[in-house]
Design a protein around this ligand. Structure first.
Ligand SMILES: Cc1cc2nc3c(=O)[nH]c(=O)nc-3n(C[C@H](O)[C@H](O)[C@H](O)COP(=O)(O)O)c2cc1C
Length: 360
């Protein structure tokens, strides 16, 4: 008898037994999403990720902190994995340190992003699976081409499809979730139904980029996603490792299409080594205006460096501290606990879908 295929939701519940659906995920925001944020998201029935980014030097400490925070919580996990994930920016992270920590702490998931090449992504995936076969592999992609490259070469368990509204880094040339998610879903479906998927299992698809509340989360699910990622919304959570100036700027900014921009300007001044394919979305400030007005890189960098001494006063339109945030920043109006944000959103998605159905 032919075995009945599990639905994506069943698969998610099997792989991450503590979750509640619809699934809300906390993005691995580099050095902002640490143990407090990741654990709080998971405790609320989501999946929280620690954001190691390119820097694995303190990751062991973050994992130990997470273990302590999780200690009494008794979340159901699979095969003794830790009920949180960890995200790496592959082009800059130390693979050997990362892999040894994956082996030691056994996170439920690893999240890979922006590898320097397909070969590098394959290496990360293979080594991670060797180190801890129970740790599921999530890959964040920003185009149909990237998605299918990852699917063919690495057979990820989860594809995180990132639209161009996303805060922080992503493909410089991209599309919004509204067209990207269905096209990725179709391409993946075709690959597995027509070509058999080369013996792999179809990845679960999760959407990221511009989702800050229940309406956009419901929309992403109608597009074909089985879960949603929150980045910018969680910048305004008590657990985010973020300075007050940054958080206040996230709360202040509205009309994100006008007040944020995808640019390389902030990276250039901060001397980060992102490839030409990627830039980042952040709130527009003096650094950006000056660069557009023709100020030289050296002068702009000098002014930026000076600004880093101003503390919280360095953030704001008239100031220079980088404020990575997505175009949904205008929907972020108050600071709350990450758990409350996740629970509230999850609880309201069904109502939004019911209202949408009522128009039929
Ligand atoms: C401040 C900030 C830092 C981020 N750092 C990372 C990171 O280190 N690794 C990663 O894969 N994605 C990172 N992202 C992108 C998120 O994973 C996610 O795609 C994005 O936040 C979703 O869009 P949203 O911000 O509109 O919710 C970051 C996003 C923000 C806002």
């Amino acid at each position: 008898m032919k075995e009945k295929k599990m639905s994506d939701v069943q698969r998610l519940k099997q792989d991450y037994p503590w979750i509640q659906t619809p699934l809300v995920v906390g993005a691995p925001m580099r050095l902002i999403a640490l143990a407090d944020l990741a654990v709080e998201v998971s405790k609320a029935g989501g999946i929280g990720f620690i954001g190691a980014g390119t820097d694995t030097s303190s990751l062991s400490t973050y994992f130990q902190h997470a273990q302590r925070l999780l200690g009494a919580s008794a979340l159901a996990t699979k095969n003794g994995t830790m009920p949180i994930g960890v995200g790496f920016i592959n082009w800059g992270a130390d693979i050997d340190v990362a892999v040894s920590l994956i082996q030691k702490y056994r996170p439920a998931a690893v999240w890979f992003f922006a590898p320097s090449s397909t070969a590098s992504l394959m290496q990360w995936t293979e080594k991670s699976r060797e180190a801890c076969p129970e740790t599921k592999v999530w890959v964040q992609v920003g185009s149909v081409q990237e998605a299918m490259g990852a699917v063919r070469e690495t057979k990820p368990d989860v594809l995180v499809v990132q639209g161009t509204d996303a805060g922080g880094h992503g493909l410089a040339q991209g599309a919004g979730l509204i067209s990207l998610v269905p096209e990725v879903c179709d391409a993946v479906e075709t690959y597995f139904s027509r070509d058999g998927g080369a013996g792999g299992e179809r990845p679960v698809i999760i959407a990221a980029g511009g989702i800050a509340e229940q309406r956009s989360a419901a929309a992403a699910m109608t597009l074909g996603a089985s879960g949603v990622v929150l980045g910018t919304r969680l910048l305004a959570s008590y657990e985010a490792n973020i300075s007050k100036g940054y958080r206040d700027e996230v709360l202040r900014a509205s009309d994100g299409g006008q007040t944020t921009v995808r640019t390389k300007v902030y990276d250039t001044l901060r001397n980060t080594n992102w490839a030409a394919t990627h830039n980042a979305r952040g709130v527009i400030n003096k650094t950006y205006f000056d660069a557009m007005d023709g100020m030289g890189e050296e002068e702009n960098r000098r002014l930026y460096t000076e600004e880093t001494n101003k503390g919280d006063a360095g953030w704001g339109v008239e100031n220079r501290m980088t404020t990575y945030a997505g175009s949904a920043v205008g929907l972020v109006k108050e600071v709350k606990g990450a758990g409350e944000i996740v629970r509230e959103m999850r609880g309201q998605i069904g109502g939004v879908l019911d209202r949408a159905k009522a128009i039929l």
